[in-house]
Design a protein around this ligand. Structure first.
Ligand code: NI
Ligand code: MN
Length: 231
């Protein structure tokens, strides 16, 4: 089975790959653009990029109901355990681990990470996913631009997922600079239009990606998905 990536709105993503279902940054309750209800989802893995409420979202409730393993940085994984999540897998930046769906490496991200109750959420991260079918996905998550995106791109990225909302993360201009550093085959924007503060014209952005970079823009509406192939 091919790998499919569905945008659930904001930074929430649903990845189906082989027999596995991976949910990333499941902010659904309270998300005006949410394309799924937490009780509809049955992931076997949940990935959390940092401690902010618009990323931790419904992770605890979904993990408790489904028994999914939640993967995040060490501080967030300890916090999840203290909140009653049975299977929390802590990692740190630069570290990789081979899961049943493929290899996951935590990448740098420049952002904050305090948890909803004020606990220390460690440092924020992005995700480099090298899936079993050969597909490589880089979810930059919430971050500003940084030059080491070039190093991450050396993995050969089939799909890069980048924030374009501005204010809290990269905006359109810096996301284009990121695409030039990462050199992915395709690039998908997230973390925009959820709130007025991060309003962007995603179609104007896509036009610029086409003109100014070698990547193919993939603009989805919340609830839509794209098939990702390696090649
Ligand atoms: Ni954030
Ligand atoms: Mn965010």
């Amino acid at each position: 089975m091919a790998t499919r990536v569905k945008w659930l709105g904001h930074a929430a993503l649903w990845i189906e790959t082989g027999s596995h279902k991976i949910l990333i940054d499941p902010f659904l309750t309270g998300n005006p653009k949410a394309a799924a209800k937490p009780e509809e989802l049955d992931p076997d893995y949940i990935l959390i990029s940092h401690g902010h409420g618009d990323h931790v979202g419904d992770a605890i409730a979904i993990a408790q109901r489904t028994g999914a393993t939640v993967v995040s940085n060490y501080e967030i994984s300890e916090w999840l355990t203290s909140k009653g999540v049975a299977k929390a897998h802590g990692m740190q930046h630069g570290g990789g681990f081979s899961f049943p769906f493929g290899r996951l490496k935590l990448t740098l991200a420049f952002h904050g990470s305090v948890l909803p109750d004020g606990s220390n959420g460690g440092n924020p991260c992005g995700f480099l996913l090298s899936l079993n079918d050969g597909v490589t996905i880089y979810d930059a998550a919430d971050t500003g631009l940084f030059g080491d995106m070039k190093l991450i791109g050396e993995a050969g990225i089939d799909l890069a997922i980048v924030p374009i909302g501005d204010n809290y993360t990269m905006g359109p201009d810096d996301s284009l600079r990121a695409v030039k550093l990462i050199e992915p085959k395709s690039v998908m924007p997230i973390h925009y239009n959820t709130f007025d503060l991060i309003k962007q014209d995603e179609h104007a952005w896509a036009e610029r990606v086409r003109k100014e970079t070698k990547a193919k823009p993939v603009v989805l509406n919340p609830g839509e998905s794209v098939e990702v192939v390696h090649g």
